[in-house]
Design a protein around this ligand. Structure first.
Ligand code: FUL
Length: 449
């Protein structure tokens, strides 16, 4: 009894409170979305049948006729290659609807596909739900077919009607993608669109022209190395993570015959992966279904190749469970010990005392280990903090820097040549508040070309 009381007293002394959040923090929906990391964009519609990216809204709807449409194939591929969410073009700039909208006949209803009774959005949403993939849709604000587009208030009503259909008839929606292209000079009642989405699908994130997810700023799939999840300043600052959208076939978002040659090679795709996910952003990789309504075999093979390399590289964290010591542990409390970065548990983290913004952790690998990749994650639920860090290794006589980085955020991945060392140090050099580090890992990539 006596011993037990003593133990209780000791743990009471050491129990430290978690750090206060620093700056804007993600919503639970944003957090879950950032954890997904990798999504698939599917541009499919009337353009698919015309070898054009932007048809003008006058193409005959009977030309839409996929011969073997199967959304389950899209989802089966996504699952197999590490993709967690899918965004389909319910309507692109041409106005052609992949769903039977009651507010226009320009769409699948006027096509020969499934005798005009098909609903491609429903098939995609159902396949996603069955396959455990989060479903999202793109609905182009710019509509080149709809006559009401010329009358903005009337078009707002029309657009909300279509949004209502998509938000009501297809089960849970994870992301709504609003493209800004073509809309210069047009006034939309964005606030009313957002209100409708919040009301019908409170868990859906609104991307690009929206409050929840920002466009990374290019269509190359590349996030900058210094990447803050924050937009705005002072009281106006909000949490807004970046999404990198990029086509797997370098030249087009929609399927075109004869452009298989623009399919990115594995090196290019790996670079994109490392410079999007590996720079703390989310990757939305576009794979266009072809005229059959299936993901092309060559693209599927490339997706498999990418995932086999990434999943093989990151399957074994060579630092997992290794002995580790930190220059500072929050309140001396084991709850915030550096071992929490190496326990594989996404909810635990190493934290320092308030005001300690420079600190390091030494991982003792217990003998020489060879690695050429490193991973770091911040516990962003409490805000983004780290501004500068390094990863160093003990070369027998001193510490040498393998990697110098700035921001971490959701995740940073680093590639470098083989290093063999028995001790590695993560040095946080500068942070806006006490660092909170969720994960640290060392890996060895062997399959990269
Ligand atoms: C752009 C569009 O104009 C392209 O056609 C494509 O949809 C891309 C994702 O966004 O703004």
């Amino acid at each position: 009894m006596m011993t037990r009381c003593l133990l209780l007293m000791v743990s009471a002394v050491n129990a430290a409170a978690p750090p206060e959040p620093y700056g804007p923090v993600p919503t639970p929906q944003q957090l879950a979305w950032q954890d997904m990391e990798y999504g698939m964009f599917c541009h499919f519609g009337i353009n698919t049948f015309h070898n054009e990216e932007w048809t003008d809204g006058t193409k005959d709807p009977t030309t839409f006729n996929p011969t073997a449409f199967d959304a389950r194939q899209w989802v089966a591929v996504a699952r197999e290659v590490g993709i967690q969410y899918l965004v389909v073009t319910a309507k692109h700039h041409d106005g052609f609807c992949l769903f039977p909208s009651a507010h226009t006949d320009y769409g699948v209803v006027s096509s020969p596909w499934r005798d005009g009774k098909g609903d491609a959005v429903k098939e995609v949403a159902d396949a996603c739900r069955e396959g455990g993939i989060v479903f999202g849709f793109y609905l182009s604000p710019w509509d080149r077919h709809e006559p009401r587009y010329a009358d903005p208030p009337a078009y707002d009503v029309h657009f909300r009607n279509q949004l209502t259909e998509l938000l009501t008839n297809y089960g849970p929606v994870g992301e709504v993608w609003f493209d800004g292209a073509g809309s210069k000079g047009h006034t939309y009642d964005w606030a009313s669109y957002y209100a409708l989405i919040r009301e019908r699908q409170p868990n859906a994130l609104i991307a690009i022209c929206g409050p929840d997810i920002r466009w990374v700023g290019n269509e190359d799939g590349l996030a900058p190395e210094t990447l803050w999840n924050i937009e705005g300043e002072g009281d106006g600052a909000v949490w807004k993570p970046a999404e990198c959208d990029v086509p797997i076939r370098g030249s087009h978002w929609f399927f075109h015959t004869n452009d298989e040659k623009s399919l990115r090679d594995i090196r290019g795709l790996l670079d994109i992966y490392y410079r999007s996910v590996g720079n703390g952003a989310t990757l939305l990789l576009n794979v266009s279904p072809d005229r059959r309504g299936l993901l092309p075999d060559s693209d599927v093979a490339r997706l498999r190749e990418l995932w086999s390399i990434v999943s093989d590289t990151y399957k074994t964290n060579l630092a997992l469970g290794k002995a580790v010591e930190a220059s500072n542990v929050r309140g001396g409390d084991p709850v915030f010990a550096p071992a929490k970065m190496l326990d594989g548990d996404p909810d635990t983290y190493w934290a320092t005392d308030d005001g300690v913004t420079e600190a390091s952790v030494v991982v003792d690998l217990g003998g020489p280990v060879t690695f050429n990749r490193a991973l770091i994650q911040e516990h962003i639920a409490l805000g983004q903090r780290v501004e500068a860090y390094g990863i160093e290794y003990w070369d027998g006589t001193g510490w040498r820097e393998a990697v110098a980085g700035t921001t971490i955020g959701h995740k940073r991945l680093h590639r470098f040549e083989d290093i063999t060392a028995s001790k590695v140090r993560l040095a946080i050099k500068q942070a806006k508040a006490c660092p909170t580090i969720r994960a640290f890992g060392l890996y060895r990539a062997t399959l990269e070309p």
